[in-house]
Design a protein around this ligand. Structure first.
Ligand SMILES: O=C(O)CCC(=O)C(=O)O
Ligand SMILES: [Fe+2]
Length: 338
């Protein structure tokens, strides 16, 4: 079956029942992966919330607006007030998203919704990173001036990916990504939209900070989230509560001392790139709310969302304790956080 037909089945057909779509997701097109990771049995996918979010989401129903979006060219909008922050819309088509979601679902990274975060290291296991990278180049996301060649020329471009699953009402605390990561961070939004908020960092970071971070990140309101923590591959909801890495309804949200300075609407298929000031001097976060204001007085209910963050570890970060000190994290590219 051609990919277009698959996409039509997945997203454009109103009468396809779950069984047939599950079957399509399981078997329909050849996989380039050599992953040894255990796959989710097709029968279990019927209970998989990610799968259901695909089934329920508006773009999967083939809404006219969403269909049209597929034919729109990518638009790159540099933020007028946050240097280095660029929103790239209409980057991933429904087909791109469906392929990524298929891989994520198939590898059961979120354990049927029991875990809300999964991490992979190294380029080998990350077929979606290769696909994403190609798409980011093809669509001009990684071009100057949005992304500086000082980091886009590095090899590999990304060696870590983190996938976040957000149920409606979940968010992520405002933070500056850890110093162990290089400049140039990419966040890809899948399945449904969300508002991301930006706050001037109370304690800005710099590319020259020690890669392991310092005590500054442990105090004050600026959080430097170790959702990348090299010690882990997966973060369970329980550990999320214990570590406050990613906020979850089971802990009281800590309000940020500031109101967001700016909010950016991240539609599915859009990409955010952060470099320079946007990466080091601004915090980004997602509030724990069930609906987002998309224009004055207009609110949109949240649905399940999945994001993929692509980053590159700094060389010094490997030296001070990267994967070598956490061999478990390497197994199959992911490991349970314990
Ligand atoms: O899910 C998102 O859009 C943001 C994720 C994020 O900030 C991170 O992984 O550091
Ligand atoms: Fe982040």
């Amino acid at each position: 079956m051609e990919m277009e037909e698959l996409n039509q089945e997945l997203f454009g057909s109103s009468d396809s029942d779950s069984e047939s779509v599950i079957d399509l997701i399981t078997h329909s097109y050849p996989r380039e992966t050599s992953h040894e990771q255990p796959r989710m049995p097709a029968s279990d996918r019927q209970d998989d919330p990610i799968f259901h979010s695909i089934m329920d989401s508006s773009f999967e129903r083939g809404d006219t607006d969403d269909q049209q979006q597929d034919h729109r060219r990518p638009v790159h909008s540099s933020h007028p007030h946050i240097p280095g922050l660029v929103l790239h819309t209409h980057v991933l088509t429904h087909l791109d998203q469906s392929r990524l979601m298929e891989q994520i679902t198939e590898h059961n990274f979120f354990k049927g919704g029991q875990q809300n975060q999964a991490m992979c290291f190294g380029p080998k296991e990350l077929i979606w990173i290769q696909e994403l990278e190609s798409r980011l180049w093809e669509t001009g996301v990684l071009d100057e001036p949005y992304c500086a060649s000082s980091w886009t020329a590095r090899m590999p471009l990304f060696d870590q990916s983190i996938m976040n699953l957000y149920q409606p009402g979940e968010g992520i605390k405002p933070h500056v990504d850890l110093a162990r990561f290089d400049d140039g961070i990419v966040i890809v939004s899948l399945v449904s939209g969300i508002n991301m908020d930006f706050y001037p960092a109370l304690k800005p970071m710099s590319p020259n900070d020690p890669p392991q971070g310092d005590d500054r990140s442990k105090s004050g309101n600026t959080s430097s989230i170790d959702n990348s923590s090299a010690s882990s591959g997966m973060m369970s909801r329980v550990s999320a509560c214990n570590t406050t890495l990613k906020t979850s309804p089971c802990i009281a949200p800590e309000p940020h001392s500031q109101r967001p300075a700016f909010s950016v609407r991240l539609e599915p298929g859009s990409v955010v790139t952060m470099q320079g000031a946007a990466r080091y001097e601004w915090e980004h976060g997602i509030q724990e709310v069930t609906e987002d204001e998309t224009s004055p007085g207009e609110y949109v209910k949240r649905q399940i969302r999945v994001s993929i963050t692509l980053r590159k570890m700094r060389q010094q970060a490997w030296e001070v304790g990267g994967l070598n000190s956490h061999p478990g994290a390497l197994k199959n590219g992911v490991a349970d956080r314990t």
